[in-house]
Design a protein around this ligand. Structure first.
Ligand code: ATP
Ligand code: MG
Length: 564
């Protein structure tokens, strides 16, 4: 493509609301444009990268024997009522009415529609197993759309659904999809991990997520190099007993702490590690207005674990300032376990603290030198926190490390949840009707592009994996408008490289070389070739890989060889 034919606007600076690198770079490099919150246009340059990802996914899904189809985005409410999800799905489900007042939704996922297809198309065990997939637009009215296409409201998903006669076949189909996914992310040249996902929501069936590792990832992954364990941090049960509690050595003392509210402020004020402070989080109870959850200052509350407690309301709800005042008699920031009349549940490690610091339920006051039993009543104990570095691996082979990841894929064994609800049955060998076993498998196609950038960039811009790059080579002629020889050389090289099967971007814009170099780096095309008159007269071009700091002069023959 000749860049002069493309309206291509790049920016030095990203808008301030673009928080993560991939979002900034996608805007700056002219890959996407925002239409409204969580809604993005893929401009021609961005779409090329997106289509590369789609092509690899399609190839590997076809290779695995899956059948492509295309389902509507708009789905009738009746189907969702049959599955029970019309009421279960929260405000993420965008509901709408047509001119006849019939209710519809924009599909956030397609289990209902595909099960409807399966129950009409599949009649006999002889037709099974079947795996249907599509690459399709999804809509989820996310509470906090952010990070550009990473968490958008409208996005592209590859979703696949498999149907089986029995659990063995489902297991086989699941493993085949797992292998196909591993192949897809390997071909996309991404550094990824397969991790155990939350089995709770679907009832203990097997479910795994594919994460692209990146520091900015929204998810934390706990893994153990020694025994191969890897799971989303939110699912890791911590079964080991809390360490023993040391005997008190300090006296309990009330300290004035003006405006000291957060754990960071508290640990700075007292000059102690945050692990010596106690954090009390106030959440809505299932039977009483407030429950206090106690954690060590350096630990994070695990929402799934908290929600699973019978005392705590589901979904988990943090109390607002007014409710905190009602529960503790004090404004937020100074809550503690002493002298309050509410159910208290402490994480095991919080219970192992001695001589700790906690809120005094009095504005601008904390206690220091606090000890359980002596000063504060011993609360109930539970596993409440997220795993942290050094925790023992649940598989028993060593200590856990924590990495951050971006969830790009999710595979699930659904069993007969939808086939039971929607009466999707086939006749088995004995002519008996039985509900099909089902699996579902998603890839966030648009998110993959952002994740690839999140994992591969430097201060100058994107560094595309070869497999995703919108073009293989960018050609930059110097003084194109002044030198007839350069123009001829550029045209010839452009044709020759394309004839060799490469996707070539010819930067024939009337711009300074420095401007074009900066754009080439920002856009992250893997190979850069500069054509300058002097070198060309000696049969040479200046070649640089995006990852290399300095260009080198090579002959055209060498160039063709390298790029082949
Ligand atoms: P998340 O925890 O990130 O919200 P999810 O569990 O809701 O993901 P699934 O329902 O399993 O996601 O959807 C399959 C895939 O679709 C996810 O693995 C992710 O890559 C992608 N995806 C989900 N929500 C979004 C979104 N709002 N924007 C872009 N991609 C998304
Ligand atoms: Mg979600």
């Amino acid at each position: 493509m000749r860049l002069s034919n493309l309206p291509f606007n790049t920016f030095k600076e990203a808008p301030t609301d673009a928080e993560v690198v991939s979002h900034q770079l996608m805007l700056r490099a002219g890959l996407i444009r925002r239409l409204a919150s969580g809604l993005y246009t893929w401009l021609p340059m961005g779409l090329r990268a997106l289509q590369k990802v789609q092509a690899i996914i399609r190839e590997e899904m076809n290779r695995a024997g899956a059948l492509e189809l295309l389902m509507p985005v708009v789905q009738p409410a009746e189907l969702w009522e049959i599955s029970g999800r019309w009421d279960q799905f929260g405000p993420e489900l965008l509901r709408l009415k047509d001119r006849h007042d019939r209710l519809f939704c924009l599909g956030p996922t397609h289990e209902e529609v595909i099960t409807d297809i399966a129950r009409t198309e599949l009649k006999s065990y002889r037709q099974l197993p079947v795996n249907y997939y599509q690459i399709q637009t999804k809509f989820r009215d996310e509470i906090r759309p952010r990070f550009g296409v990473m968490r958008a409201r409208e996005f592209t998903m590859k979703d696949a659904y498999s149907f089986h006669l029995d659990e063995d076949s489902l297991q086989e189909g699941y493993l085949s999809m797992r292998a196909a996914y591993a192949q897809i992310f390997t071909r996309l040249q991404l550094n990824f991990r397969i991790v155990q996902a939350d089995p709770g929501a679907i009832g203990g069936n097997r479910s795994e997520e594919f994460h692209v590792l990146a520091d900015s990832g929204e998810d934390a992954i706990a893994y153990c190099e020694a025994d191969g364990f890897a799971a989303n941090v939110e699912t890791v049960a911590l079964t080991s007993p809390a360490g023993p509690r040391s005997a008190p050595t300090e006296a309990c003392e009330l300290v004035t702490t003006p405006d000291v509210r957060s754990i960071e402020e508290l640990s700075a004020f007292f000059g102690v590690a945050s692990s010596r402070c106690l954090k009390m989080l106030l959440v809505a109870g299932s039977e009483v207005p407030a429950v206090g959850l106690l954690l060590r200052g350096d630990d994070e509350l695990n929402r799934l674990k908290a929600e699973a407690l019978p005392e705590v309301s589901r979904p988990l709800r943090m109390l607002g300032a007014e409710q905190v005042r009602a529960a503790t008699g004090c404004e937020p920031g100074f809550a503690g376990p002493m002298g309050v009349d509410l159910p208290l549940i402490a994480d095991r490690d919080a219970l192992a603290l001695s001589d700790f610091i906690c809120g005094a339920n009095r504005k601008d006051h904390h206690f220091r030198g606090v000890n359980w039993e002596r000063d504060a009543p011993l609360p109930h104990t539970a596993d409440l926190r997220n795993a942290r570095t050094g925790d023992p691996s649940p598989s028993g082979g060593g200590a856990l490390s924590i990495a951050r990841g971006i969830e790009v894929g999710h595979i699930f064994q659904l069993g007969s949840k939808y086939s039971d609800a929607m009466d999707a049955t086939v006749l088995d060998k004995d002519g008996k009707s039985c509900a099909m076993q089902m699996g579902c498998y998603g890839i966030g196609v648009t998110r993959v592009v952002a994740a690839a950038i999140e994992q591969n960039h430097d201060e100058r811009g994107i560094i595309w994996p070869d497999a995703i790059a919108p073009f293989d080579v960018v050609l930059i002629p110097i003084n194109l408008d002044k030198s007839y020889r350069v123009k001829e050389a550029a045209d010839r090289l452009y044709d020759d490289l394309r004839a060799a099967g490469l996707e070539v971007l010819l930067d024939d814009r009337a711009q300074r070389p420095g401007f074009k170099f900066a754009d080439a780096d920002l856009l992250g095309i893997p190979h850069r070739v500069v054509i300058a008159e002097k070198a060309w007269d000696q049969g040479q071009v200046e070649y640089k890989r995006r990852t290399e700091p300095e260009p080198q002069l090579i002959t055209v023959a060498q160039l063709m060889q390298r790029l082949a």
